[in-house]
Design a protein around this ligand. Structure first.
Ligand code: DGY
Length: 426
């Protein structure tokens, strides 16, 4: 199969809207937070200036309290719901009112390592934005100092309709102030998207938080959906490690010490979520106080941020191999055959290239180079067969959801080039 490098670059160029990249035309016509961080890491291989621009444009949406929102509405578009009129936030650039996993600092460190001292001023400005956001996470989303950060909306996970949210989301009413006028199902087959009932609950939460004026303490108080979440906490820890590294490079010793303490807290908290009987880590529902044991990819993402004992890594890997057995495209976002498993529906089973990216990095970190190489190769092969789909049916390998997807293009470049002898070479 021929490499699709030129096509990947062409997708990133076509989805450029002026220094930022939309996830895909039509379905997602604005700048999305974690999409842009993955995209910046893709650009970093061949155009570091453009990679910096991606992060800088995202920071235009940063709130005074430090939060970087999950969507920045740089320009109007009528192909997406809910737009700025539903969010009713108050920022100079229109944004949503919730956030997304903080991949940003991970991308920033990679950019720093590729540019060295050449771009010190740009790194410094972005480091300061990332540090403000890191502090926001701990202040706004872990006010009790547990070390795990909580999500108040399923969209904050990036894994919108994961079976992990089913029990907690069922408590959220389906009533909305805002009429729900979905646009996504006009772009993509409805059988691949979240159900109408999920959307009603998603919008109920937006309406409720808008009524609180998006004030973090009021949201914390009034949230009917509150999950101390391990995928986001693991990404936050990895971001914290990368920020601590940058703080040392930038001579910010006090901030390095502050970050180190936060990282230690989250490291210990994540280790406390290991469940040997399940061979996975689990999130906690803060409303019911119960573990969330729905079998999803999130249970393995702590590999990214922890240096685990070999016995834990062995158990995680054996479980991962069990889930992946017989699949055309691992890694499934829900264990095949589990209640709620739907191999074509968005986050209820499909394989996503960016999740595989995080797992590949986590396996490498924990000394499992062979398993990482196998996952890297099968992801590259899926993209070379099917193109830059949003995600893949793990059973048939079919590309699903939106097409011409930016983060799949970025993931392709990363997986192809980091697996090669000479990263960055075609
Ligand atoms: C959507 O609209 O599908 C997004 O995932 C929300 O961020």
């Amino acid at each position: 199969m021929n490499s699709r490098v030129d096509e990947a670059k062409a997708i990133l160029a076509a989805n450029d809207r002026g220094g930022y990249t939309v996830p895909t035309a039509g379905l997602y016509p604005f700048q999305w937070n974690w999409d842009s961080a993955f995209v910046a890491m893709g650009f970093a291989f061949y155009d570091t200036d453009r990679a910096f621009r991606e992060l800088e444009r995202l920071v235009e949406g940063q709130w005074a309290d430090g939060m970087i929102p999950h969507i920045v509405f740089h320009q109007p578009s009528d192909t997406y719901f809910p737009g700025p009129g539903v969010w009713k936030t108050n920022h100079s650039v229109a944004t949503s009112g919730i956030t997304q996993p903080p991949v940003f600092a991970i991308a920033l460190r990679q950019l720093h390592d590729r540019t060295g001292d050449d771009a010190k001023e740009r790194v410094l400005a972005l480091y300061e934005a990332a540090l403000k956001w890191q502090r926001w996470w701990y202040r706004a989303r872990d006010p009790e100092g547990t070390g795990l950060v909580a999500l108040l909306h399923p969209w904050e996970s990036g894994s919108d309709n994961s079976p992990a949210w089913d029990v907690a989301l069922a408590r959220v009413p389906t009533t909305t102030d805002t009429p729900v006028v979905r646009k996504d199902t006009g772009h993509v087959n409805a059988a691949m998207r979240p159900r109408d009932e999920d959307y009603a609950r998603f919008i109920h939460l937006v309406d409720r938080y808008a009524r609180c004026g998006w004030e973090p303490a009021a949201l914390w108080e009034r949230a009917p959906f509150k999950i101390a979440e391990i995928q986001t906490s693991a990404i936050l820890l990895r971001a914290g490690e990368d920020l601590e590294y940058l703080a040392h490079r930038l001579g910010r010793t006090d901030e390095a010490a502050e970050l180190s303490a936060l990282n230690t807290r989250t490291r210990n908290a994540l280790l406390g979520q290991w469940r040997p009987g399940l061979a996975r880590f689990v999130s906690r529902d803060l409303v019911s106080g119960e573990d969330i044991d729905a079998p999803t990819q999130a249970g393995f993402i702590p590999l990214l941020a922890l240096d685990l004992d070999a016995s834990i890594t062995d158990a995680l890997l054996a479980e991962m191999q069990d889930w992946a057995r017989g699949l055309k495209v691992p890694f499934p976002t829900t264990r095949p055959g589990a209640p709620g498993w739907e191999p074509k529906r968005y986050w209820r089973g499909p394989a996503w290239a960016i999740i595989n990216w995080l797992l590949v990095d986590g396996l490498v970190r924990n000394g499992r180079a062979d398993a990482a190489a196998a996952l890297r190769q099968s992801t590259i092969a899926a993209i070379e067969r099917e193109g830059f789909a949003e995600y893949f049916d793990p059973v048939t390998g079919e590309g699903c959801g939106g097409l011409g997807f930016s983060w799949t293009a970025a993931a392709y470049l990363k997986l192809l080039w980091e697996g090669a002898d000479s990263p960055g070479k075609t």
